[in-house]
Design a protein around this ligand. Structure first.
Ligand SMILES: NC(=O)c1ccc[n+]([C@@H]2O[C@H](COP(=O)([O-])OP(=O)(O)OC[C@H]3O[C@@H](n4cnc5c(N)ncnc54)[C@H](O)[C@@H]3O)[C@@H](O)[C@H]2O)c1
Length: 272
């Protein structure tokens, strides 16, 4: 069911790699809700070609941009406004990558070149996007910028290694930039802290499947799906959340505030 929540709104959606990507679902929901937008991803990710299907289904164009490259981002924000015929109302940052995780390197042994790369791709890229949008005055007043994050920024998940620190930085950038962007241009900046979700980035983490099941047993509502996350992002892009900014918003079925669940106790053989 569509509510027309984003009718007349223009945006940029990054990070749709294949139909499992959270950004893919966000694009589908934004389209259903009446938005027009440009899709973007790293040039290397375009090679898979899957994103063309999403572009066709949502009547959008694709502008490749490496999110670590400020020049690429300048082209992206300039060409997106040209294509959409005006300023933007929303931006989704849905970008994450850790070489240390990919290579299964334990936290105590991190490779610092990989760590630096992870920071650039997954956190600094958010600052760079905000910086370019701000410099080009590319977003309308009351516009909304959202980045996706994970609860390892607040508490320790050993398998999440350097991405925990990187997500903490990402969330901090949302608060810091959100202050300036709010004060100067009335633009809001938030992060959404999503449940474990079966995507390319998610399943690349060692033990992800077991952890997905664990989170499912802890969360009173169960894990939030990518579709649920997309719906939440739509509300954050809409005018119904105008006064929400500089927040890290948990979208996790209650996981982050549950200490222990009866399901887990039962599995441990503890009566409750
Ligand atoms: N899957 C999960 O369990 C989960 C949970 C919480 C938060 N998140 C976050 O959601 C976001 C999206 O991830 P996803 O799970 O949909 O996985 P995904 O693999 O589908 O998306 C990650 C995207 O980042 C893009 N990317 C990587 N390097 C880039 C670069 N240099 N420039 C531009 N784009 C680049 C990839 O091409 C890909 O499209 C990430 O920030 C991730 O950390 C995921």
């Amino acid at each position: 069911m569509s509510y027309g929540l984003l009718k007349g709104k223009n945006g940029i959606i990054s990070g749709a790699l294949d139909s499992n990507s959270i950004a893919w679902k966000v694009a589908e929901k934004c389209y259903e809700e009446g938005a027009r937008f440009v899709l973007t991803n790293a040039p290397i990710a375009m090679r898979m070609g899957e994103i063309n299907k999403l572009a066709a289904a949502t009547q959008s164009i694709i502008i490749p941009a490496d999110a670590t490259n400020v020049e690429d981002l300048e082209k992206l924000f300039t060409q997106a406004q040209e294509n959409l015929g005006g300023k933007l109302d929303f931006v989704l940052h849905s970008i994450g990558m850790s070489v240390n995780i990919r290579k299964n390197i334990p936290y105590t042994e991190l490779n610092y070149d990989f760590f630096t790369k992870g920071i650039d791709v997954s956190a600094l890229s958010f600052h760079k996007m905000l910086h370019v949008a701000h410099k080009l005055d590319a977003i309308n007043e009351w516009g909304s910028v959202v980045a996706l994050t994970y609860a390892a920024a607040q508490r320790t998940y050993p398998f999440y290694t350097d991405m925990a620190d990187i997500k903490a930085m990402l969330e901090s950038i949302a608060r810091s930039f959100g202050y300036h962007y709010g004060k100067q241009k009335k633009i809001r900046v938030n992060t959404v802290s999503q449940s474990p979700t079966k995507t390319t980035a998610g399943t690349g983490i060692k033990g992800f499947g077991d952890f997905f099941d664990f989170a499912q047993e802890i969360s009173p509502l169960g894990n939030a799906s990518a579709e649920d996350c997309a719906n939440y992002c739509v509300t954050l892009f809409s005018d119904l959340t105008r006064m929400v900014t500089m927040q890290n918003l948990f979208h996790d079925g209650g996981y982050s505030t549950t200490g222990v669940s009866s399901n887990i106790l039962q599995k441990l053989g503890i009566e409750n």
